[in-house]
Design a protein around this ligand. Sequence first.
Ligand SMILES: [Zn+2]
Length: 285
Amino acid sequence: MRLNSIVNRFVSKLSIPHPVPPSPRHRVNPRTKFKYLITGKWRLIAIAVCLFLILLGKGQATPLPPLQTHPLPPQLAQWEDPSNSGDYFDRVQPTSVGYLVWSEFPIKVYIERPTDSHLQSDRRFQAWVNAVQTAVEEWNVYLPLTLVEQPEQADILWERVRPPLRATLNRETRQFEIPTARNAEANYKVYRRPGTPPHLAHRFTIQLSPSQTDEDTLATARHELGHALGIWGHSPLKTDALYPTQVRYPPPISPRDINTLKKIYQQPTRLGWSIETASKESPHL
Ligand SMILES: [Zn+2]
């Protein structure tokens, strides 16, 4: 797997699944005799070229840093849950690079802004920005976040757009489902961040619909930012911000959300660690 091919998504909220009719199977014409298309020495040359390309590809693969644990950020280290309400850490998925832990603080956040004079007067746009900013302030209590002016500087980038409807595979029914409405999607990419030494980094993009009520925009932004901060999974309880479905009275960030976040930040990850010192035995992207 190549470095820039690691892209993952969390499709979120208000996804009402609709089974999609199965697409016709890919057919191969049994009369096609491919082996007669390339014959003799040309077949050998073609095989040699393929082998060369495979070896070339292997030579360019970037070795990954080994899985290691970062120090716990101070706010999370200090966090103690007075209600002892537990967590949903078992619902959080580690990825191919380990847990999605940030290690450089403050985490830089860019929120899309109106760009022309017409949009600047758009109250709806400003309300959307305010809701996202509120979500950022709420999570900032537990992990340091800061707003930046340029999208290129961002670790987490917010776009005011309705995410595209995308078919996803339901693992239980083994059928593809396409939602009728989606309000948000968070996805991340892993890349090699230059520096001395260069290290493995990740960047999140969150697409958040412009057409929700202010209250729902805030609830969705709170939920998606939870994903981007490392909670790559969902809570089974409606009282947590990371419950997967929109509820009538959206909950604030709960002690269970923070208990889960704290556990995640105690887990090993390849993110944030030097690529240069990665051993040759390390897995490759
Ligand atoms: Zn979600």
